[in-house]
Design a protein around this ligand. Structure first.
Ligand code: KG4
Ligand code: ZN
Length: 357
């Protein structure tokens, strides 16, 4: 019955959570720095590190108190070890190491990207992960740092079958919002603004989908590209005399059409890959998975024979519950880290998924 304290500090959220047996979330505290970074239109790594340093002790204390636990109840400590912003990761990792050493607890470093996939199964019966009928499982991970398709087979092997060749989907939302003067982060404000607009009013490109009629290069079959849609938005704004001079309805229609292009691409690519690899289930995870039009489109259009797993919105954006949840699967196999492990900034090659082993 392991009870695990998880810590997350890879980007701009300081988070701590207490999770039992890999799924029962007892607490999940998130201190967001969004307001601090908003004036810069994106995350400033050094500023993020300073904010994590100020917040982490309080966030951990709150995760313990709100779950009615103390450090004595913990069986291990889990922490995001990468990928992410190195100055930010170092705060969480070093804090977790200190806690583990002083409380004589084992420590587990987990991968943030895999944790996003795992977040989908928090607060659910995780025995589903042992059901062979959901494999091959295809995960669409869309966040500020990633747009990727990961294929997981029933033997626990996994591989990245597609990724972005330029910007991530979340970045496409964030950069567009910056360009349009809508603020940071872009996803939520774009979703809100798009509600008032007509998604068919303007056409934005659907890169690497074959929509132009040109065949797709084999190597890009399941890759994404979001820099074209962003550039197209820039020209669209210039043509209309600049974002600041757009009337309200034009702004709403622009945003709705832009969002529609991104949702179209994500669904097309996911369904194409699912068909190609005979996927039996599709997982949608990462911050962009909060997007309602994307969730609704997947729900409405997914082929009957594919089971859809949508992460609860509270577990889509960065949080420590997904970290503590994933760590359970290392804990039950007695796979712990030595205290001298290092964080990493870039996503390593994915070969297996720990929750299946
Ligand atoms: O997973 P996450 O919290 O951090 C990373 O690991 O990157 O994802 C943050 C990203 C941001 O780019 C943000 O704009 C996007 O998720 N996002 C959304 C929505 N909420 C957050 N994108 C589209 N629609 C949303 N409702
Ligand atoms: Zn993330």
């Amino acid at each position: 019955m392991p009870l695990i304290l998880g810590i997350e500090s890879s980007c701009d959220e300081t988070s701590a959570a207490v999770v039992k047996d890999g799924s029962e979330v007892k607490s999940n505290i998130i201190a967001s720095q969004i307001a601090k970074h908003a004036e810069y239109g994106g995350v400033v790594p050094e500023l993020a590190a300073r904010e994590h340093l100020t917040a982490i002790k309080h966030v951990v204390a709150e995760a313990l108190s709100s779950s009615g636990t103390t450090m004595k109840d913990m069986d291990s400590i889990a922490v995001t070890m990468g990928p992410g912003l190195m100055p930010a990761l170092l705060i969480g990792v070093n804090f977790a190491k200190g806690l583990a050493a002083s409380n004589k607890l084992p420590i587990i470093g987990v991968d943030h990207f895999i944790a996003h996939i795992y977040g989908t199964f928090l607060d659910t019966d995780i025995n589903i992960l042992r059901d062979p009928s959901i494999y091959p499982l295809l995960a669409l991970v869309v966040s500020g740092g990633h747009s990727a398709l990961v294929l997981v087979t029933a033997d626990g092997k996994a591989r990245m079958i597609g990724t972005t060749i330029d910007d991530a989907a979340g970045e496409a939302f964030d950069k567009a919002a910056k360009l349009l003067g809508l603020g940071y982060p872009g996803g939520p404000v774009i979703e809100k603004t798009a509600k008032e607009g007509n998604p068919s009013k303007y056409h934005f490109p659907r890169s690497l989908t074959g929509a132009t009629g040109k065949g797709l290069d084999e190597k890009n079959l399941f890759n994404f590209s979001f820099s074209g849609v962003k550039t197209s938005l820039l020209y669209h704004c210039k043509k209309l005399g600049g974002a600041e001079n757009m009337d309200v309805q034009t702004m709403h229609d622009t945003v709705a059409s832009y969002q529609e292009a991104i949702v179209d691409v994500l669904c097309m690519k996911a369904f194409d890959a699912a068909k190609h690899f005979g996927a039996k289930s599709l997982v949608l995870a990462g911050g962009v998975a909060c997007n309602n039009p994307l969730r609704e489109r997947l729900e409405k259009t997914i082929p009957d024979k594919i089971k859809l797993f949508l992460a609860a919105k509270k577990y889509c954006t960065d949080n420590a519950a997904m970290v503590a949840g994933l760590a359970y699967h290392f804990h039950r196999q007695n796979k712990f880290h030595k205290l001298d492990f290092d964080p990493y900034a870039r996503l390593p090659e994915i070969t297996e998924i720990p929750f299946l082993m």
